[in-house]
Design a protein around this ligand. Sequence first.
Ligand code: EPZ
Length: 439
Amino acid sequence: MAKIIVQGGVPLRGTLRVQGSKNAALPILAACVLVSGVCELENCPDLSDVCAAVRILRHLGCVVTRAGDRLTVDARAVIRAAIPDDLMREMRSSIVFLGSVLARTGRASLCTPGGCDIGMRPIDLHLSSLYALGARIHTENGALRCFAPGGLCGTELCLPFPSVGATENILLASATAKGTTLLRGAAREPEIDDLICFLNACGARIRTTGAGTILITGVPALHGCRHRVIPDRIAAVTYMTAVGTAGGDVTLTDTAPAHYLSVIRVLERAGCRIAFENDRLRIQSEGRLCAVPRIRTLPYPGFPTDAQAAVMALLATAKGVSVIEETIFENRFHHVRALRRMGADIAVNGRTARVKGVRRLRGAAVAAGDLRAGAALIVAGLGADGETVIDDVHHIDRGYEKIEACLQTLGARIERSADSGSTEPEQQYPLRLVPLQRG
Ligand code: EPZ
């Protein structure tokens, strides 16, 4: 199992182009199933989750080719409506294919994605919305069999929670439905706007009011288009926390600061100097940062849950006490155990973490618990004394394109070792006897 090895204590300097957005590319790839034509997607990041989505598209009958950051999807010959469990289980967000496969073929068979490291991840809002649009859904032993023989029909929907995935499935299912769908309580993430922009470029008729209301007027068919995926806002804030933690002066390019203003405000309050204009953002940090008394993760435009782990890694060495409340997922503190191993003073009580900043973290052998937790350990290692070895880096590769190469261009001492075997980090490295951090 590959590992990432970080030598801490080196300030980051230079310019880094931010990758395309994983969470925009995935629903747009699923939307290609709706299009009986050819779509060209530019700025598509080369990630394992994107590869998983491509495997599903090919299984369904699409022809998909990649040239650099451009993916070309020819969905004229979609012939299947069933996605095998092994493909579904590679990436739990594959549930977003349900809406497009059902709309295109009139049926869909796939397994429920199930929970993951960060929570139960129910799909009740997806299923109830599709049912309201005319789908008939049978669930049995984790299998979903969906039918819409007479096609899907527009209706009025109101989500009790602005679920990103449910909003995406509703958009995909209603874009070519008969009649009009009025959706209230929709998610407002930038990735939703990008999906709408793609669908409208394919001939859909979708309007948003900005207050979580979306009007979808069904059209008979969609045609191919060329679309550029928005920049990845979570990758951007991850690199910003790396600079905040290690110190330095970095300019991010091909980024969209307006998509992560809530994180910019937090990092400014911690003491980072940030300036941005158009698609460039400069962040400078020197000396010890300050704690941020209270952070709550919220649906967009609130503070994003996906930035919580990396910002916690940054605050682990900030002066003072920061309190982070995770309101979106019920189990999203996997990074705490590893940060404690590195000397962090973090107490968790339910969905709230109390982070008392220590002067420095120390390198340790740790393991990535999930995608964002793994990236947070790299951030922590960049500011720590000594060497940090991160195992299970496959989690990180799901969402960060060549993360060690990106950080190397900024002067970080970081490398990937293709280590054989995957024993627990504790067994590989002599345990350092350290005082137990009482959580
Ligand atoms: C998307 O997940 C993102 N994934 C997540 O990013 C992100 O953290 C999340 O939105 C919130 O912003 C992708 O876009 C691929 P949700 P999704 O539906 O769609 C409840 C990352 O690290 N819920 O908004 O699964 C449930 O409790 C990933 O890139 C229901 O109750 O998020 C869940 O905890 C992690 N019933 C909460 O909403 C439902 O039917 C948020 O879920 C659906 C959701």
